[in-house]
Design a protein around this ligand. Sequence first.
Ligand SMILES: C[S@@+](CC[C@H](N)C(=O)[O-])C[C@H]1O[C@@H](n2cnc3c(N)ncnc32)[C@H](O)[C@@H]1O
Length: 345
Amino acid sequence: MNPILTQHPTTDPAIILQLRDRQYAAELIATALLRFDFFSWLQENEGTTEEAAAKYFQCENRPFDVLLTLCRAYGFITGGADGLSLTGMGKEHLVEGSPWYLGPYYTPMRDTPIVRTYLHVLGTGKPGNWRAKDTGADWHDSMREPAFAKEFTGLMNCRGLLLGQKLAESITPFLGERTRLLDIGGGSGIYSATLCAAHPQLSATVFEQAPVDRIARSEVGRHGLEDRISVKTGDMFLDEWPEAEIILLSNVLHDWDIPQVREIIIRAAKSLVPDGLLIIHDAFIDDDKCGPVEIAEYSALLMNITQGKCYSVAEYAGILAPLGFEIGSFNPTISKRGFVTAIKK
Ligand SMILES: C[S@@+](CC[C@H](N)C(=O)[O-])C[C@H]1O[C@@H](n2cnc3c(N)ncnc32)[C@H](O)[C@@H]1O
């Protein structure tokens, strides 16, 4: 077995991950500031509901929720479903007409390809094209093209080695006697690999669509884990999931809107044995949707390129509890990420 799977780095790479995660956040603020003049409007409409604001700007709920979460995390606005307000900073610096208005400082960002994509995503709820190129498919379709799938799976794989090792360590008290892991949308299989490397009792099935399935098989072979990790090719929305004692949803739910998130969790409930363990490993927004700022920024990136966003534990609990899951609390790993466990009763 590849020894790197259990060798932890000696330094913390959080800032390196965060720099990439926050790549689009400034342009989401520029969109609100310069294309919607959102903050001046909020000054005039103090106490407006989120729903009324989304309606006024003709925005879909999911991307607008990401925008509001980012504005709260940066301290520009306060309040939730009951009514939104500007903070002192928002009033002084983001409202046109204020002597300290900083809108002109953002003018160079007014018409970037990312800002144009944000206008599209906010208005339609559909992801933009990858890297905001005029031509080309969105992220979901691109993941079915071999060259793109290889590049993006490589991106997730290098992050997965770090996060996967930490997950493997932190999940120990939750595993119990369970041995059979199903890793849905497992990418290169790096999380199955780090989990199996750290826990000799585990065997895993990585469930992936083509062509990522082929990358997963090759990576599992490279790690020398073919005898403990198999790769099943399938569409997680259409094909049957194998029975499992543990299901891992690592960075999968954040790619989808609520109806698909619900569908994936319903399928997890069906394929887990009684007392089965569901692990949602992801980047979580706080339940009050005021932070953490790093995750609000990452959510802005995800909202631009996928059909999803970062969800809160409360949002997941709203789906898990009616399905009979007993939900645990948030467990941090590294770089503000972490996992939540849920036991099928
Ligand atoms: C954001 S990646 C997460 C990969 C890995 N679990 C991780 O944490 O790095 C989402 C994965 O879901 C897979 N996926 C997307 N739609 C799928 C589908 N309908 N059926 C199976 N896998 C799918 C993608 O190919 C991709 O590898």
